[in-house]
Design a protein around this ligand. Sequence first.
Ligand SMILES: [Zn+2]
Length: 445
Amino acid sequence: MSALAGLTVLAAYLRARHGPGARARTRAALEAYQARAVERHLRRVLPRSPFYRRRFAGQAWAAVPPITKRDMLAHFDELNTAGARYAEAVALAERAEQSRDFSPTLRGLTVGLSSGTSGARGLFLVSPAERAAWAGAALARVLPSGRLTAQRVAFFLRANSNLYTSVRSRLIRFAYFDLLDPLPAHVARLNAFRPSLLVGPPALLALLAHEARASRLTIAPRKVVAVAEVLDPLDAAAIAAQFGGPLHQVYQATEGFLGATCESGTLHLNEDLLVVQPDWLDEGAGKFAPILTDFHRLTQPILRYRLDDILTVRATPCPCGSPRRALAAVEGRCDDIFYFPAASGSGWALVFPDFIRQAVCAGGGPDLEGYTATQTGPGRMEIALAVPAAARAEAEADISAALAALCTRVGAVAPQVAYRAGGAPVLGPRKFKRVTRQMPAPQGA
Ligand SMILES: [Zn+2]
């Protein structure tokens, strides 16, 4: 890492720990800081980005219609401020994925393809300074007590970008693990490395917890952080029970560093780094899709950008007292909302992934070790269950009853459920998801 990048990491680290946004103690102070930061950022971005300049002309930024990943890809060339072309950036990212050599850059810029589960994959450009700033902010939020003391960090990632591998330091030793390597290789390497901080997707952490229970894995990390996938409460409980809680979480996407847990283990949005406006999906249930306005990223600005995630607001304030919005969960993508035929006979009832999860876990009871739930057709689901054989029949009956009660509550016809064995986390090139909709969204729903 160059001296300049090192200084940028440190500056971002200090800003995330002690900057004016991080110091804000009330919601009003935080929002006043955000408003100033966005105005300052727009003065830098708009002269350089013809796309945003047109969009933001003559109206208040907070009310500009949001864009989506599709808009960002369609207008990539005149949206980014580095003069990069969509075709050359995609070609470079695809070459890197095929060769698994992620070091080439586009005139110094890191290019990443996000692992989109549906539709087009996102394309992201990041400058060295932005990479360093991300690393500094992430360290500030993730290191135990936020202190730059000697740490050994084991970091599992899908190696589809060199975004993360920029962090190196004498104080902190990093070991990067490719998720595509086999589990026994991870266990052997972890036992030798003995991390103080373990960071990886929940499916991997759940498998490691299982290895630790079987005494094959003997590490004792001081902190465990889940990233990159929806954290299912079932996995969170198993991981925390094995490694000592609370299980921490980072909410991170190629679109930005969006949230992290506080010392109490509550996930807070990083509203000192970006604005997150709610697009309410169900305000009564506290569920919204976030509209992001990042006030640091310049290469590929993220302004009034709607992310296809479902976030659930935490019902009670966090004891830490932070004015940053606290979340109960990042529960999945809007693409994974189930559509069941409405009980009224026409139209559809929407069922959030978290409601499916709760029904399966309540029905499965303490014997449930793992599951996947998939909507396969308008009135059909498939549920894979990992339960002891003696408990299977009762678990299936109880889950069907819990789903029927849920459907009554939301005004839907209860689905036909096909049960099968399975439900254990799978490591692979795709994200592991427990709740998935395979059926396309119905027309007009
Ligand atoms: Zn908190």
